[in-house]
Design a protein around this ligand. Structure first.
Ligand code: AMP
Ligand code: ZN
Ligand code: FE
Ligand code: FE
Length: 277
């Protein structure tokens, strides 16, 4: 059984995190963790560097990914643990998602232009940390850098948030496809930060598609939410996971190791490989 404590939700510069994979592994080491899970949005490019650093520093590293899945217009984040980052179908899907994100950024720029905000792709690119991943946080940073808004949240309220005029949704990825690709890559699907959604019928759908875990422990969950998600996980025989959702110093209050779970959770996840579908 694996020993010690694990932070199973960490972003790097290969999606919208500020720090290189090797640096977040160093942070895990300094925080006294025995394991770290690398879970970039729609990207696995940072895993090689993280594994190398982990080996060098004597920390365990779980390869993971965080996919954005659409169910009836709502964005659900699904974590995949123990995925093979070299898996062909996974890489193909991630390539399509990155291209789709790039097309979406162009459409958001057009809408901003229509509102009189003459932002350029170059200005947004300057905010990107990774080679290809482009998301609304980068656009928000660029709007701040230009002085169009004073704060990060203001960019969402006035321009690119769900109910704002320059909002463009992502091209939808279906729950069935996301979970099948994670499973196909040897991974174990876990619903991230359930406190962020209106669950309605969605939870049943994800369960029927082979969901294996629930991220019960997350910085944005209240004590009451955590308790209720733990009950829910127990009821449905789901592995209870947790992590800090670290993006970088200054992006939020999260730090690597800010939320941890017992490393034995990784044994429980490993035991769920290929258990369904
Ligand atoms: P994207 O995947 O490109 O749609 O970007 C989603 C990310 O944008 C989220 O993970 C948050 O970091 C950020 N975000 C979305 N809505 C808001 C909001 N209303 N205020 C602040 N940040 C937001
Ligand atoms: Zn993020
Ligand atoms: Fe998320
Ligand atoms: Fe995340």
């Amino acid at each position: 059984m694996r020993q010690g404590s694990a932070d199973l939700h960490v972003h790097t510069s290969f999606s919208d995190g500020l720090h290189r994979p090797a640096d977040v592994v160093e942070m895990a080491k300094s925080a006294g963790l025995t394991w770290i899970g690398i879970t970039d949005h729609d990207a696995v490019g940072g895993i090689g560097e993280a594994l190398e650093a982990a080996e060098r520093l004597g920390v365990g590293c779980v390869p993971g990914v965080e996919l954005s899945v659409d169910y009836r217009g709502q964005d659900f984040h699904i974590l995949g643990y123990w995925i093979d980052p070299e898996n062909g179908a996974l890489r193909e899907l991630l390539g399509e998602i990155l291209e789709s994100r790039s097309r979406r950024a162009d459409r958001i720029i057009s809408r901003l232009h229509a509102m009189g905000v003459r932002i350029t792709l170059e200005e947004i690119r300057k905010q990107m940390t990774g080679p290809r991943y482009i998301g609304r946080p980068h656009i928000a940073q660029a709007l701040m850098a230009r002085g169009d808004v004073q704060t990060f949240p203001e960019a969402f309220v006035r321009y690119i948030g769900r109910d704002a005029p320059a909002y463009v949704p992502k091209e939808p990825l279906e729950p069935s496809e996301a979970l099948a690709v994670i499973r196909g890559a040897g991974g174990v699907p876990v619903m991230a930060h359930p406190g962020a959604y209106r669950m309605d019928g969605a939870f049943r759908v994800f369960l029927s598609e082979g969901l294996a875990g629930l991220e019960t422990d997350h910085p944005k969950h209240s004590v009451e939410q955590q308790a209720s998600f733990r009950r829910l996980a127990q009821q449905h025989d789901l592995v209870m996971t947790g992590g800090s959702d670290f993006h970088g110093r200054g992006v939020s209050d999260a730090v690597v190791g800010g939320v941890t779970v017992d490393a034995r959770v990784l044994d429980e996840l490993a035991a769920r490989k290929d258990s369904k579908r």
